[in-house]
Design a protein around this ligand. Sequence first.
Ligand code: ZN
Length: 111
Amino acid sequence: MVLQCRTCSKYIHPPRPVCRFCLSLDLAPSEVSGRASLYTWTVSEHAFHPFFADKLPYVYATVELVEQPGLRLITNIIECPLSDLRIEMPLEVSFRELAPEFTVPMFRPMP
Ligand SMILES: [Zn+2]
């Protein structure tokens, strides 16, 4: 789900109380496809918190959702060898439960 303006239909992420395109206050969550492309990434080789110690290296990325140019979010790329990463590669969402009641959207290459 991504916040969407009911007046101009643009998606708003990160969420805000006002549409940045038309200033409407009529916003509501809307389901998106879960498809995206890789905008940019970096590979983290160091655990800045003990939680990440057994997850190294991991890919910290910005992806652009297919619903709207510029609709980007920060996430992780999973199930992808580092050597396969390419700008604009097609991705699909994969929800991962990191802790009870804490599930996050990550992205993996499209099959
Ligand atoms: Zn709007």
